[in-house]
Design a protein around this ligand. Sequence first.
Ligand SMILES: [Zn+2]
Length: 335
Amino acid sequence: MERYSRQIALPFVGKDGQAKLGASKVTVVGCGALGTVSAELLVRAGVGSVQIVDRDIVELSNLQRQLLYTERDAAERLPKALALAAHLKAINSAVEVQPVVADFGGNKAVALLSGSTVVVDATDNYVTRFTINDACLELKLPWVYGGASGSRGMMATFREEGACFRCLFSELPALGAGDSCELEGVLASATTIVAALQVAEVMKLIIAPNAMHGCVLEFDVWKGSFHTIPLERDDRCPACKGGQRLFLADDGLSQTSFVCGRNSVLVRSGPSEVNLGALAGLLAAKGLEVKQTKYSLRVEVKEREIIVFADGRALINGTNDAHEALRVYQAVLGV
Ligand SMILES: [Zn+2]
């Protein structure tokens, strides 16, 4: 208890609150900038069990904002979930840390989140967030959304009795319309603040649900602005009102990728119709050189070539790795 003495001293935590944290299991989906920070804070706070899910490996470009990872993790190309689990166990050996190296999507989502007390969204794409939303509605679990891009951040909590994520964002953004940290950059201060806010929400959900503010928090650390927007349930919401669970299907809107030859992967994720002209404009505005034909659109990002077709499929050239292709697709097209 000495370890948690400064936390137990808080009147709204106390010994009872600490015991509730110790009896809880939190799943963090994503071990990037948000996930590394939230998992560390949860483990330091004494949450009994922390499950961390990620399919990627540690890279040098992660170290600017993904706390806990080291140059050695990147040199050894360790899976993020395993590298993070090792650091977390060194910080607090009393916490049960469960790393899962896997894609989070489709019909696996419910099984992965089952048994959690709260879920933390630490992903960087809308398809995964829509999947978390569907799975949490199905399991009646609360979850905390977080996102950051540039110097901006956003955070909100969704519970059974209130609005869900699709009350806030009814549909997936058009391809290319979402934020892309890969193209536009992101400040570590922004991601770290989002994760810290998410963990405060998790603690309230576990210890004092009545203390929830029920708003969307938005800020810009560069401008110094911080504000809240009321979060209200949409009576026409297809997910929480209509019972739709599109993102839990094995096919349909879940993410798929196929290795289709030498150094080339076909990816399908999200929207099934793309306005190529609009997408060309969005990508050009992000500084990419776009070549467009009647049926496709072509951009190059680092060593990867991306060809997007009007039906939403994309061919990623320059890799044989389906996970890497999906990562590039999401990072550049922002869904
Ligand atoms: Zn809803």
